[in-house]
Design a protein around this ligand. Sequence first.
Ligand code: MRU
Length: 353
Amino acid sequence: MTLEAIRYRAGSLQILNQLLLPHQTAYDEVRSVQDAYEAIKSMKVRGAPAIAIVGCLSLAVELRAGAGGDDPLTFIRESLCHLTSARPTAVNMGRAARELMEFAENESMEKNSEQLRESVVAWIEAMLVRDVNDNKKIGNFGAQHILSGVPRDSVTILTHCNTGSLATAGYGTALGVVRSLHSLGRLKRVYCTETRPYNQGSRLTAYEAVAEGIPATLITDSMAALTMREMNITAVVVGADRVVANGDTANKVGTYQLAIAAKHHGIPFYVAAPSTSCDLSLESGRDIVIEVRPPEELTSINGVPIAAQGIEVWNPAFDVTPHQLITGGIITELGVFLPSELQAALTGRLTAL
Ligand code: MRU
C-alpha cells in the first residue's frame, strides 16, 4: 500500500490530516494559501519537505483559479512570505520561496499574467516528482553506506520522529533509508522512538511501518540509550529540518540526546536529508531559529490533561545536533558526506538563501 499524505490533481489539493492519525484517515481540502498556512501551523501537515510542498501547491491552486489578476507577481511574493512565516526552523519552505520567486521574476520579464501563472504552476507541480526521486536516491545511498559496514548481516536501525511518506511527497528520508534496507531484505528491525511531545513516532512512523509490514518496535524516548546498549543497533538515522554549513543539524527535539548516546555506544549516527534542507548561509547551529510550540502539547494529549495544572512549560520543537556527533554522515540525494565535506559538495548546487 502507498500512503498518500498529499493529494494533488491539477488545481485541487487535499492533505491527510495528521492530527487525526492513526485513528482516523481523513483528507482536508486546501483551497487557499491561508488554508495551507493554518494546516502547517497546526501541524495537520508537518515534516520539512511536506511543509514546503503543501505551501507551494496551495499557491498553485490559487494561481490556477486566476489569483493575482493583472499582478500575479505581487500575489506570489506576498503568499510565499506568509507561508514561510508559519514555522521558522525548517528551511525548505524558505528555500522554495526564494527559488520560486527568482524564477517568477525572470519569467515575468517576457510573459503576460496568464502565462506567468501557468509557468509558476508548472514549476510548483514538478516539486512533487522531484522530492520522491530525491528521497529514493537518499534511501539507496543511505542503505548502501550502512551495509558497507556490515557486508553480510541484516541491520537494526533506530530512528526518531517521522520522516516517511507523511513528511515528504513520498518514500521519506530517514525512513526512506529504512524502506530501502527493508526492500533489499537486509532490515532486521527498526526501533522508533515515541517522539514526545507530539508523538510523531508512535502515531505516524509506527503507522507507516505497520501499514507496510516493516518490522518495527516502538520505544519511549527515555528508552533510547538502553535500546542502543541492549538491541545491537547498527546505526541511528534521523531526518533534518536545517543542516547548516558546518554540518550542525536542527531536527526534532530529542535528536541531540540520541547523537550523544550513539557516540557513547560507538554507533554511527546519520542525518538523512535532501539538499533542499541544507542552508549554507548559516555558519553554525547557533544561528538557527528554534520554534517554540504551545505548552498544551506537553500538558495534554488530545485535550486530556496529563500534567499538574499551573506548571510552567518549555516546549522547543527542535534541537541542534553538533556536527562532531554526526559520525556516520549526512545522506543526501547527491551522496553521503561527512559534515566537513558538506559545504564543498553542495557549493554551486544550491541557490543562495
Ligand atoms: O515538527 P515536525 O513534525 O514538523 O518535525 C519533523 C522533523 O523534525 C523531521 O525529522 C524533519 O522535518 C525531516 S522530515 C523528512
